[in-house]
Design a protein around this ligand. Structure first.
Ligand SMILES: O=C(CO)COP(=O)(O)O
Length: 262
C-alpha cells in the first residue's frame, strides 16, 4: 500500500473575518507546537473565506508555519466579466495549496453540477492548485441504499477527461450530506464503504498504483471523539472538518488523532 500522508482540513465555511482568521491560525499553530505536532506525519490545512486569505498568507509566511491553506471555491475562468467570482490566478498569487470544489453547500445553493466541478478542477490545476473534490449523497439516496453509485457518478463527472498526472494529485472528500452540520456522523464502516469504492473507481480509471496514492478524506460532523475510529479505516486518509475546526484546541485534537483512542 502506498504511504499516504494523512490530511486534516478545516473548512471554515462563511465564518471568521480577517482579524479573527489571524487569531485562529495563530492559536492553532501554538497549540500544535505545544503538542510537538509532526507536520510531516499529518498534514494540516485550513480553508478560510476569500477575504481572509491575504491575512493568513502573511501570517504563515512571516511565522514560517507548516500549516497549509486554501480556498473554498474557485472560478472556472481565469479572468473577465464574471462579477463576484475569484480567479485561480488570484488564488495562486495568494499562495494557496488547495481549493475545495463541489462542496455540497455549493451544489445545494449554487446549483453546481458535474460540468461545473469538472471545469473548476481544470481551472485549479491550470494554476497549480490542488482540488479537494467534495462528493456525497443526501438522505434520500442513502435511505434507498444508492450512496455508492450516486457518489461514484459525481466522481466520474468531475474527473471526466482528466489526465493521470492530474488525477494522481487530486484529493477527494466523501461528505454525506446528511452528516454535515447535523451531528449525525457516518459510522466508520459507512465512511469506509464509500471511500473504498472511490479508490476502486480511481483504480478502474487510472490503474491501481495511481489510486493507491490518492488521498480520500471523510467529512461530516467529525470531532475529536469520533475521528480516531474513522481514521482507522483503510481507505480513509484524512478528514474535512466543518464546525469543529473553528475551535483551535478541538481542531488540534482532531489533527492529533493518532494520540486519541479509536
Ligand atoms: O461540510 C463539512 C466540511 O466541508 C462538514 O461540516 P461539519 O463538520 O460541520 O459537519
Amino acid at each position: 500500500m502506498a504511504d499516504r500522508t494523512p490530511l486534516i482540513v478545516g473548512n471554515w465555511k462563511m465564518n471568521q473575518d480577517h482579524h479573527q482568521a489571524t487569531h485562529l491560525v495563530q492559536k492553532l499553530a501554538w497549540t500544535l507546537k505545544d503538542a510537538k505536532h509532526d507536520f510531516d506525519s499529518v498534514e494540516v490545512a485550513v480553508l478560510p473565506p476569500f477575504t481572509d486569505l491575504r491575512s493568513v498568507q502573511t501570517l504563515v509566511d512571516a511565522d514560517k508555519l507548516d500549516i497549509r491553506y486554501g480556498a473554498q471555491d474557485v472560478s472556472a475562468h481565469e479572468s473577465g466579466a464574471y462579477t463576484g467570482e475569484i480567479s485561480p490566478v488570484m488564488l495562486a498569487k495568494l499562495g494557496v495549496t488547495y481549493v475545495a470544489i463541489g462542496h455540497s453547500e455549493r451544489r445545494a445553493y449554487h446549483g453546481e453540477d458535474e460540468a461545473v466541478t469538472n471545469a473548476k478542477i481544470r481551472s485549479a490545476f491550470g494554476q497549480g492548485i490542488v482540488p479537494i473534490l467534495c462528493v456525497g449523497e443526501g438522505l434520500d439516496v442513502r435511505k434507498a441504499g444508492n450512496q455508492v453509485e450516486h457518489t461514484l457518478a459525481q466522481v466520474d463527472g468531475a474527473l471526466d477527461g482528466l489526465g493521470a498526472e492530474q488525477a494522481a494529485q487530486i484529493v477527494i472528500a466523501y461528505e454525506p450530506v446528511w452528516a454535515i452540520g447535523t451531528g449525525e456522523v457516518a459510522t466508520p464502516e459507512d465512511a469506509q464503504e464509500v471511500c473504498g469504492a472511490i479508490r476502486a473507481r480511481l483504480a478502474e480509471l487510472y490503474g491501481a498504483e495511481l489510486a493507491d496514492g490518492v488521498r480520500v478524506l471523510y467529512g461530516g460532523s467529525v470531532k475529536s471523539g469520533n475521528v480516531a475510529a474513522i481514521m482507522a479505516q483503510p481507505d480513509v486518509d484524512g478528514a474535512l472538518v466543518g464546525g469543529a475546526c473553528l475551535d483551535a484546541e478541538e481542531f488540534a485534537k482532531i489533527v492529533r488523532f493518532d494520540s486519541l483512542s479509536a
